[in-house]
Ligand binder design. Structure first.
Ligand SMILES: [Fe+2]
Length: 496
């Protein structure tokens, strides 16, 4: 056993069993109403995982559900990126994370192994890490840095008995949105990361389905064979939590794009029903002998109607509840294990990773250019299958900029009418957005970014309408601020 493995065991053994729970947003669904419905149906839920939100909103949930085990889904920590401080204030984001973990009393924080900012380009939704060994090293180093900050701040301030151990950093297998890049597969990548740092892992079943779909594995072998090989290569002993959500085609992609005989062009969709294929995948995962440190399984149900949540939770409860309870009970004698690891050295304060930041930064720049349609090639493609990449660059991405997280025509109605009269297409705004990298020292906020970028765009293409655009921008910012203060909430634009 390596010192990293021992360190992980020391940390994970401190985490209580969470059972079968739900991953939600504080604003949607209504948590009190949902909890009431589950109670009425006699459905016990072990925990709620809460997505990043305004502290006041988290405090309100904590107050209203004092006996519920709550865990935390973080956002805005771009650990996959070389020099994440250049993209957004990493340490400040970490401090905010610490505050939110404290409010909830969470034993872990979960973050996607993905980013919404890379090489000076900003996106609305996640793009997975580049799957290379250099990228794994950088990701591990950033996770270690985050873990050290958690260790320093939370136990000291809260008086835990943790000997410098804060909540455990969990890194989640990301979804592929039509394509992935790199020269190692996702299982190997996570093995590389976990060999270097004692983090935990969240295995997302639906995300794994998108890997099967968009690396072309579905053309080569059955899903069960793919999954069996994946699980054997993946660091399953690091899996602390499992996620399962829905899958659906994206509204921006024309339905005729789906060729006869091909698998559906589904992507991760928390509001969509959970297809049966994912439940079958979960059953296969739960049977695997390597899953020895699992603490919780959560259905991700933010943006889903409460009746659907309750039905799906009832089904999962009936099918997996006993198995999950058994898995969580059936483990080694924790006290013996804890005693045996007390003598092992703590994780080193600083890690010696090879200096490969410059080339990785260049690769992320190329990554951004490829997915935005500005470069055709230049990176290895996962599974050598980039056949669905045009769905991202030609449909998904313009939708993200023009519609998702705030429709530009609704945000700037008067300015858009002026642009229409001048014969200027809004598609130009998408090209403008990705024309060049832009550094920022602001915390990531897609809605505010969209407002600022659109005003810049109008300044360039129709200066006569700049005053109108600025007035509409100010009204948007004021309304946004007021909404945040009123209900203690943050952007409407977060997605996972
Ligand atoms: Fe997830």
């Amino acid at each position: 056993m390596t010192s990293v493995e021992r360190e992980f065991i020391k940390r994970v053994n401190r985490i209580p069993h969470h059972g079968l729970g739900l991953s939600v947003d504080v604003y949607q669904p209504d948590l009190i109403e949902l909890a009431g419905e589950l109670d009425r149906r006699g459905l016990d839920y072990g925990y709620l995982e809460i997505f990043k939100a305004a502290p006041a909103a988290l405090e309100s949930v904590r107050r209203r559900m004092p006996d519920t085990l709550l865990s935390y889904h973080a956002e805005g920590l771009w650990v996959t990126q070389p020099n994440p401080e250049r993209l957004s204030p990493f340490d400040a984001e970490l401090d905010e994370t610490v505050g939110q973990l404290r409010i909830l009393g969470s034993h872990w924080l979960n973050h996607e192994c993905a980013t919404k900012q890379m090489a000076g380009y900003a996106f609305g939704t996640y793009l997975p890490a580049l799957f290379t060994s250099a990228s794994a090293e950088v990701t591990a180093e950033n996770i270690a840095r985050a873990q050290q900050r958690l260790d320093r701040t939370i136990p000291v301030c809260d008086g835990h008995d943790g000997n410098g151990m804060g909540p455990l950093f969990l890194i989640e297998t990301p979804p592929l949105t039509y394509v992935g890049f790199g020269d190692v597969n996702m299982a190997e990548f996570f093995r590389l990361v976990t060999d270097l740092t004692p983090c935990g892992v969240v295995l997302d079943i639906g995300h794994l389905w998108t890997v099967y779909r968009y690396t072309g594995e579905w053309r080569r072998r059955p899903l069960t064979a793919f999954l069996a090989e994946f699980l054997d290569a993946f660091p399953l002993e690091r899996v602390v939590e499992i996620h399962m959500a829905g899958l659906a085609p994206h509204p921006s992609v024309p339905s005729h794009t789906q060729a006869a005989g091909e698998m559906p062009l589904w992507i991760d969709a928390h509001g969509a029903p959970i297809p049966e294929v994912l439940s079958d995948m979960l059953a296969q995962v739960l049977e695997h002998k390597g899953l020895i440190n699992l603490k919780g399984v959560a259905l991700e149900v933010d943006t889903k109607p409460i009746p659907t949540i309750v039905e799906e939770f009832a089904e999962a409860h009936a099918r997996f509840g006993p198995k999950i309870a058994h898995e969580l009970r059936d483990e080694r004698d924790e006290r013996d294990l804890r005693d045996s690891i007390l003598a092992f050295p703590a994780f080193p304060a600083s890690l010696a990773f090879p200096a490969s930041l410059a080339s990785l930064a260049e690769q992320y720049d190329r990554y951004a250019q490829i997915v935005t349609g500005r470069a055709a090639t230049g990176l290895p493609v996962l599974g050598q299958d980039a056949s669905a990449l045009p769905l991202y660059s030609e449909h998904y991405l313009p939708h993200e900029i023009l519609e998702w997280g705030g429709a530009v025509r609704e945000m700037f109605p008067e300015t858009c009418r002026n642009l229409d009269r001048a014969g200027i297409s809004l598609n130009g705004f998408v090209r403008f957005w990705f024309r060049e990298p832009r550094d920022t020292d602001q915390a990531y906020d897609f809605f505010l970014l969209k407002i600022a970028r659109f005003v810049e765009f109008v300044r360039e293409v129709l200066p006569d309408s700049l005053v109108t655009a600025e007035q509409e921008a100010q009204a948007l910012r004021d309304g946004y601020q007021a909404a945040c203060e009123q209900v203690g909430r943050e952007p409407l634009t977060v997605n996972r």
